[in-house]
Design a protein around this ligand. Structure first.
Ligand code: ADP
Length: 660
């Protein structure tokens, strides 16, 4: 038995230290490639290890690992590949070995690869690239290591990332779906089949049905909403489950104990009940996707209701009421339309004036309509409209344009009022007036003749009787003169109406006519000063008597309606090329804005003053306006109450006519 002395221990330690040093030397020698084989002394037996066999073991390992393992020459040729790599590419060994690695790298990754490769030549590098084989792209992770100085190559290990990428993608899609589900403005609930048990519901759904998550999840539709059975909701789900086809519901009314007060109420909804299928096409769950549209539906109903009421109202009025868009296409009319000719509108719904109107009224109507469109002002016209039975009746048509803030025409609102009875009545009155005037004309002419005769006989008589009779006779003469003028006016009106006023046109100097007329009037007027402010020589081709009549009318009106301020000013000037204008200005009572348009209508008189202070018939301006219009001119008034009036008429100066 050996004695374990301290010396013994020290010797043993020394021996172990020596062997350790030997082993370290050996490892260094192996690392330096100086050793090919070595033997290990184990229980007096020698086990010899060759380094080639170690290499073999590594090779077997490398051949069998899941990762691709390659050796690349410095010019990137594949000098070694394991099975995993060419199997990953789906190619036989022969198609891979001795090829450039770049043949198997997707173009989009070449640049990255080149960078990794050159980094590897300095040591090592790692990164993600895409391989390509056929038209398949394989995402991989590669790690490159320079094998120098032992081998003049670069080792490359390739890890397939396909599966990892797919998992990542799936996860991404899932998070996205989850987000959509949670954030969707629609209410979404998912049900298990076949029992239609709530598996999931988003916040909006819970709010919409007024139930908490605990009240829904794990419970069946029928449990949570017993009413659903009664209203056929479950049947709908059943149908989706059985047919595998979605059901879309538009503005359907759904009722349940919404407010949890035991009462059944609900609202209107747009919904999709959609099957969710697995890969084999089996319905695995059902998704309900709902948007509440109660407010919209109720608002629309309200509008529809008031539209209906308006429609009824429109149908109740004895007029035709219509609405058209800017280009004249009719958007609405009430039932009166059925009393008119059926050809009143074309296929596009535009009024066909030619069919609708009496041929005599057509040109003036079209003119009025076009002028309304051009000036975007209301349109008003009396004309005869053809009825269903082909007869014509008089209507007053009005159209009001709706103008946008930008000044564009948006719509027309129109009416047509049957004024046939009034028209007939008026015609009768006109006929009567015409007859009376005619009948009166003869006696008046003879009265005037006799009065003139008597006055002539009295001229040289100086006796008392003559003195007594002369003045009354003079009065009779004046009154008969007035009466005669009225009758001429009335006859003028009927002439105008019947289109019998023929103009006797000739060339004359307008400025001279004005001067003469003013002189004539001044001869009989002592109260007023009539001043021709501005004059200009101008020859026109017109009916001199009629233009004279207009001047007399306007100047006499100026005198009549300005008793206090007795100055009247006349101007003759060119307002625009091709026209001459005459204006008559007084500083009298003026005319209200509202009345200004009406004073040119026949028999119209401004109400408040006439009956008390002023004599007249209300036709002077009507006749004047018609005369000017028939000459191709215009007449207008500019006036302010209590400040005075300015009447201006224009006439064309047709040089071509004048020179022929
Ligand atoms: P009348 O015979 O009544 O004068 P007119 O047709 O000449 O008929 O004129 C119509 C109405 O226009 C008159 O009744 C009067 O109210 C108004 N009018 C016409 N001229 C003037 C004026 N210069 N100043 C104020 N009002 C006027």
């Amino acid at each position: 038995m050996e004695k374990h002395t301290t010396n013994n221990y020290l010797e043993r330690i020394e021996e172990l230290e020596n062997r350790l040093a030997e082993a370290e030397d050996l490892i260094d020698a192996i690392k330096a490639g100086e050793v090919d084989a070595f033997a290990l002394n184990k229980n007096d037996t020698h086990e010899v290890f060759t380094l080639q066999s170690g290499d073999f073991a590594y090779r077997v390992m490398v051949e069998n690992i899941n990762e691709g393992a390659l050796n690349l020459s410095n010019d990137q040729l594949i000098v070694y590949t394991n099975k995993s790599f060419y199997e990953l590419l789906g190619l036989p060994y022969e198609s891979v070995i001795a090829n450039s690695i770049t043949t198997f790298i997707h173009p989009s990754s070449i640049q990255i690869f080149q960078r990794l490769f050159s980094e590897a030549l300095q040591g090592e590098s790692k990164g993600e690239i895409n391989l390509k084989t056929g038209d398949k792209i394989i995402p991989v992770y590669i790690s490159l290591t320079s094998l120098q100085p032992h081998l003049p190559t670069v080792g490359m290990v390739v890890t397939d990332l396909t599966e990892k990428k797919e998992v990542e993608k799936e996860r991404e899609v899932k998070t996205m779906l989850h987000k959509i589900f949670k954030q969707s403005p629609a209410a979404i609930a998912i049900f298990e089949v076949p029992g239609f048990v709530f598996v999931s519901a988003n916040h909006i759904y819970m709010k919409l049905v007024n139930r908490t998550e605990e009240e829904l999840l794990g419970k069946s539709l029928a449990e949570v909403f017993p009413e659903a059975i009664k209203y056929g909701v479950i049947e709908r789900y059943q149908k989706v489950y059985e047919t595998g086809e979605a059901i879309e519901l538009f503005e359907f009314e759904s009722k349940w104990n919404r407010n949890r007060d035991g009462k059944i109420d609900g609202g209107y909804f747009n919904a999709v009940i959609q099957p969710i299928k697995d890969d084999k096409g089996n319905v695995v769950s059902i998704m309900n996707h709902t948007i509440e549209v109660t407010d919209q539906v109720l608002a629309r109903r309200k509008i529809e209701q008031s539209e209906n009421e308006l429609n009824e109202l429109a149908n109740a009025v004895p007029q035709l009421v219509w609405m058209a868009n800017a280009d004249g296409r009719i958007l609405y009319y009430n039932k009166r339309i059925y009393e008119f000719t059926p050809d009143a509108q074309d296929q596009q719904g535009v009024w066909v004036w030619e069919e609708l109107l009496h041929p005599d009224d057509l040109p003036s109507t079209i003119e009025a309509w076009n002028s309304s469109i051009k000036n975007k002002v209301a349109y008003e016209k009396e004309h005869r409209i053809k009825l269903k039975d082909g007869s014509y009746r008089w209507f007053l048509s009005r159209g009001y344009p709706q103008i946008s803030n930008e000044g564009a025409l948006v719509k027309w609102y129109g009416t047509a009022t049957d004024i046939h009875a009034q028209k007939m009545h008026e015609a009768q009155k006109d006929d009567f007036l015409k007859m009376v005037s005619h009948e009166l004309k003869t006696p008046i002419t003879s009265i005037k003749g006799y009065v003139q005769l008597l006055l002539a006989m009295l001229i040289d008589q100086q006796n008392a009787v003559a003195a007594l009779v002369r003045q009354p006779l003079q009065r009779i003469d004046n009154q008969v003169e007035r009466l005669g003028k009225l009758i001429t006016d009335i006859l003028d009106v009927s002439r105008l109406e019947d289109g019998r006023m023929d103009l006797q046109k000739d060339f004359f100097r307008l400025d001279e006519l004005v001067k003469e007329t003013v002189q004539d009037i001044l001869f009989a007027t002592t109260t007023h000063h009539i001043i021709i402010n501005q004059t200009t020589a101008c020859t026109i081709f017109a009916d001199k008597n009629r233009i004279g009549q207009v001047l007399i009318n306007l100047i006499n009106n100026a005198i009549k309606y300005s008793r206090e301020n007795t100055v009247i000013e006349i101007n003759i000037f060119y307002p625009a090329t091709g026209y001459i204008a005459v204006s008559i200005k007084d500083y009298g009572i003026g005319i209200d804005e509202a009345e200004q348009r009406k004073i040119f209508h026949r028999f119209y008189q401004v109400g408040d003053h006439y009956s008390m202070h002023y004599t007249g018939f209300g036709i002077g301006l009507y006749i004047s306006a018609e005369i000017i219009r028939r000459h191709g001119g215009e007449i207008a008034v500019d006036s302010q109450k209590n400040r005075g009036s300015l009447f201006t008429f224009t006439l064309p100066v047709n040089n071509q006519v004048a020179s022929t």
